[in-house]
Design a binder for this molecule. Structure first.
Ligand code: ATP
Ligand code: MG
Length: 768
């Protein structure tokens, strides 16, 4: 045996061992979550090497993420004792880059070709669209990028666009696609989608090259096969077509990339593609306890289009899946933070969990903001995987730069960031002029720009745009100085700067997410007294994160969590419209909701011992309460595997209905049926409506629920609900009495904080 090698076969079950040791021919491992597919695949690589069946470099293994590739490499190294000469192990893209570098000339490129990022791609497409005299406002480059990407995902080359899609991008799509590919060639560049498509093209057009690689890669292995798209499928079929030594593992119930062109049909077609393929089914789940597994199985059973399989575990029943409803998103984040802290000590009959053992998996990345803010406040270490942290995102940094300038007009870095964002026709030349004007007159960039505008030194479109920007910045600064509502100021800035419109015009898959994040940013503002305070908060956050090491809670999206596992998992935001997403419900129809349900299945099955699902009855968007219904997936959780937790604050002051409900139910162990979750949400909705609030206020009654930190913003902008003499409550200043009303502002004499002017929607009516 090789030194340092561990025994990689002894801890497999019979079916796994069968799959790992049947080395010749095609093998499909089709099995549910946590059944050890990835483990068996890794053992198979080790077995190929250890038995001398293949040299490491004759093995090609495709994983879904780079992280998964690294983990597999580590495990193979441990099982084989290999240090050097590892198998080819990586994502489709990573492997394709290597292949393409070797044969670039066959794709019309040089081997030192550059790979364009999304920004470069968009810029190039914009040039093409403008050259064709098409209005980029109506026909944004990002939309074209999405169309071209979807063609590349399906291996559709220029000149081969099907007639049914010839009218794409107002009929210009096919021609612009061809021109774009030509431009890329001229630039010795390719985009992300090209990496795979070029390799496939080379294989198809050059038999000798394909034959060489078929001889070379004698064994091919693919993890997460259910999420391959058409071009990846072609790529695999071409390579494995000769010897047919291919082992694919997947789970049709975990296919979650349909929106990116993945075709779950590939998995169903495997036996046809590789006649005589051995199909291995695994049914024993080694990851999750009984209740968790049963809950996941119950949810996925609601999907119609599935092969269907049974999963069982020899492990303990464990703890039921925990379900908890919250008043709003902030309370959800607060409760989760507290629960994580108690779980570190051991709570509710569970063992203590380390921070590294816990993860929060969200449907949409904007959900992370509330958790990040909360964790920073209580000093709970966390990491975000698979994307920047909230305040590091492009659109958030752009928006923050505007806010910074509104607060401090001298902030030159912020000015540089936004002067041509969104595009205003202020290119490098104009920006240089501003720099020179500022430096030679010892002014800030903004003042320099103002000087140029006054002296009309920048002409044309750019000049007019600069004048408008300088004007706007002046106005916004005034709003800050005059202490206008900072939330409104922020909204005004993003609106008037054209920044919102900029993303609205981008018809790409990620644009709605960016708009969501901007909404979320404005929401975050509401928790602060003014813009300045908010900016300080964020500056501190960004500073805090330097410290590395130590245990951390993981925060990531459900999509990024595929294939991973954690002892304790939190799944927040299970509300219709958020999860399943509104888009899936509107556009995807049944198919869309089924894909969301698979995502729910992926989420629950990441948990080993403890799974906590939560939802909020209200979420705030742009200062407006929006009530939401618990996710339909919650109804699909089998009751006997669910324990409903009672949130500390929900029943407390909910008035008669809430009170009686709280009294009748044993607080910790209500069954799902009794709890009538949706009913609660509806009551909460009534409670949250501004009209109801106003009525209560007029009647001089105390709001049914005592003001809590998280609920000090109620939209009352329509008309003031207050009259002089009303008692009010403000989050920061406490109780006080209304003295005068001016528009949407109140002059309030606070008991402790003195007299202040406050925007009406930031106070709550309080009892007299
Ligand atoms: P997913 O569908 O989520 O990707 P999977 O089928 O790839 O799951 P693995 O991640 O390979 O499953 O395995 C799940 C867990 O079960 C891992 O912790 C793994 O170590 C463990 N496991 C798998 N097979 C066995 C076995 N035969 N004996 C003990 N533990 C096992
Ligand atoms: Mg796996």
């Amino acid at each position: 045996a090789m030194p340092g090698a561990t025994d990689y076969l002894s801890d497999l079950n019979d079916a796994q061992r069968d799959a790992a040791t049947t080395l010749e021919g095609a093998v499909l491992m089709l099995a549910g979550a946590g059944t050890g597919k990835t483990k068996a695949l890794t053992a198979r690589i080790a077995h190929l090497v250890r038995t001398g069946t293949a040299r490491p470099n004759e093995i090609l293994a495709v994983t879904f993420t780079n992280k998964a590739a690294r983990e597999m490499k580590d495990r193979v190294a441990r099982a084989t004792g290999l240090v050097e000469g590892m198998p080819w192990l990586g994502t489709f893209h990573a492997i394709s880059v290597k292949l393409l570098r070797r044969h670039a000339e066959l794709a019309g490129l040089k081997s030192n070709f550059t790979i364009l990022d999304t920004d470069d791609t968009i810029r190039l497409l914009r040039q093409g669209i403008e050259a064709a005299n098409i209005d980029t406002k109506r026909w944004p480059p990002r939309q074209l990028a999405g169309i071209i990407d979807s063609w590349k995902n399906r291996a559709i080359r220029p000149g081969a666009v099907p007639a049914s899609e010839a009218d794409a991008f107002n009929g210009h799509g096919p021609r612009l696609y061809a021109e774009y590919q030509q431009r890329l060639r001229d630039l010795n560049a390719c985009d992300f989608g090209d990496l795979l498509l070029h390799v496939v093209t080379i294989f198809q057009n050059h038999e000798d090259v394909l034959a060489q690689y078929r001889r070379w890669f004698r064994y091919i292995l693919v993890d997460e096969y259910q999420d391959t798209n058409a071009v990846q499928y072609l790529w695999l079929r071409l390579l494995a077509g000769g010897h047919g030594n291919i082992c694919c593992v997947g789970d049709d119930d975990q296919s979650i990339y349909g929106w990116r062109g993945a075709e779950v049909g590939n998995i169903l077609r495997f036996e046809k593609d590789f006649p005589g393929a051995k199909v291995v089914r695994l049914e024993q789940n080694y990851r999750s306890t009984g209740h968790i597994l049963a809950a996941a199985s119950g949810v996925i059973a609601a999907n119609k289009g599935r092969l269907g399989k049974t999963l069982w575990t020899a492990g303990e029943e464990g703890h039921k899946v925990r379900l908890i409803g919250h008043w709003d998103g902030d309370e959800e984040a607060r409760w989760t933070g507290e629960e994580i802290e108690s779980m570190q000590r051991g709570t509710r009959g569970m063992r203590p969990f380390g921070l590294d053992e816990m993860a929060i998996l969200v449907r949409a990345s904007h959900q992370m903001r509330a958790f990040e803010d909360r964790f920073l406040t209580i000093g709970l270490p966390y990491r975000v995987i698979g994307g920047p942290r909230f305040y590091e995102r492009l659109e958030i940094r752009d928006a923050m730069a505007y806010f910074r300038l509104a607060v401090s007009p001298d902030d030159d870095l912020a000015f540089e960031r936004i002067v041509n964002t969104p595009k205003r026709g202020l290119g490098e030349k104009a920006q240089q002029k501003i720099q020179v004007a500022a430096r030679s007159n010892d002014l800030s960039l903004l003042e320099g720009a103002r000087l140029l505008v006054r002296t009309k030194q920048i002409g044309g479109k750019g000049g007019a745009a600069l004048a408008e920007l300088v004007d706007g910045l002046g106005r916004w600064h005034l709003m800050v100085r005059e202490e206008a509502s900072h939330v409104e100021t922020a909204e005004t800035i993003l609106e008037e700067a054209g920044y919102i419109a900029h993303w609205q015009n981008e018809k790409t898959p990620e644009a709605p997410g960016r708009l969501e994040n901007l909404k979320e940013l404005v929401k975050a503002l509401e928790n602060f007294e003014n813009l300045q305070g908010f900016l300080e908060h964020v500056a501190l956050i960004m500073d805090n994160e330097q410290e590395e090491g130590g245990e951390k809670v993981t925060l990531m999206t459900l999509h990024a969590a595929k294939g991973l596992e954690f002892p304790a998992v939190f799944l927040p935001g299970w509300e219709d419209g958020l999860f399943p997403s509104q888009r899936a419900m509107d556009e995807g129809g049944l198919k869309g909701v089924e894909e969301e349900r698979r995502l729910a299945y992926v989420g629950i099955t990441r948990a080993e011992e403890c799974c906590t699902i939560s939802f909020a009855a209200n979420r705030r968007t742009y200062g407006q309460w929006q009530s939401s219904m618990p996710s339909r997936f919650i109804d699909e959780l089998p009751e006997e595997h669910v324990e409903v937790l009672t949130p500390p604050g929900l029943y407390g002051g909910m008035g008669a209905a809430g009170g009686s409900m709280a009294a009748s139910a044993s607080p910790e162990m209500q069954t799902l049926a009794e709890s009538r979750i949706w009913q609660r949400a509806q009551e909460a909705d009534v409670y949250a409506s501004p009209g109801w609030r106003r009525m209560q206020a007029r009647a001089g009654e105390r709001p049914a629920r005592a003001p809590a930190e998280s609920r000090t913003t109620i939209d009352m902008t329509a008309d003031s609900a207050f009259t002089a003499g009303d008692r009010v409550f403000h989050k920061k200043f406490g109780y006080g009495e209304v003295r005068a009303i001016e528009g949407d502002k109140l002059e309030v004499a606070f008991d402790k904080a003195g007299t202040k002017k406050i925007v009406a929607r930031f106070v709550l009516p309080a009892e007299g």
